[in-house]
Design a protein around this ligand. Sequence first.
Ligand SMILES: N[C@@H](CCC(=O)N[C@@H](CS)C(=O)NCC(=O)O)C(=O)O
Length: 210
Amino acid sequence: MKLYDYAASANCYKVRLLLAQLSAEYERVPVDIFGGDTLTEEFAAINPGRTTPVLEDPPGTFLQESNAILLHLGRGTPFLPDDPQVYRWLFYEQADVVPTMGGLRFRLITGRLAPDDAESLRRRAASYEVLELLDAHLAAREFFVGGRYSVADIGIYGYVHVAGEAGLDLQPYPALRAWLERVQSQPGYVNDLEPYPPNSRVGASRSIYD
Ligand SMILES: N[C@@H](CCC(=O)N[C@@H](CS)C(=O)NCC(=O)O)C(=O)O
C-alpha cells in the first residue's frame, strides 16, 4: 500500500492514525501540496480532484477521499462496526466539520483570512454550532457510534482536536473534551500532524487554493 500524503493535512492524518492503529505496513509518498505537486499531470492521473490523501491499494488502484479510505481500511476490523451511523458521521464530518473549523484554521494560520474578516466570523459561528451538536451527541455516549471507538471517531477527531488553533474555545464543551482524551488514550494512538510550513502562506504557495 502507498499513501499519497501531506504531513500537515488533518485529512491525511486521519488515515495515518487508522493505519497506525491497524499496525499496517505502507509506504508514505509525500506530496507538497503548496509546492505545486498536486497541479501536475501525474498527480491528476491519480486524483483529478488534486487533493490528498490518496491510497494506492493494490498497486495501480487509487482511492481518493479521506473518509472513503477510512471505510476501506476499516472493513473487516473492529474499527468499522456494522452500523450505518458510521456513514452518517463521516458524511457530517466532510459537510460540516471540515468547511467550518478546518477551513477556518487553515485560512487563519496561512494568512488567507484575518480573524475579524466577515468570512472568519461566519465560519466561527458555524463552527460553534457544530461543536454544540457534537458535544450534545457525546453527552450520554463514550464514542460517536455503538459505544466503541471506530472510524467515525477518527474522522471527527481529525479537525476537532485542532479546533483551538482556529481560535475556538472548547471550554464550554465538556463531553467533547472528555471524548478527545478518550481518543488520545486508544491503543496505538499517534499524533504526527505537522504544522503548516512557510510555503503554505498566501502568496508563497502554488496549490489549488491559489
Ligand atoms: N474531501 C477530501 C478533501 C481533501 C483535501 O482538501 N485535501 C487537501 C489537504 S487537507 C489537499 O490535498 N489540497 C491540495 C492542494 O492544496 O493543492 C478528503 O477528505 O480527502
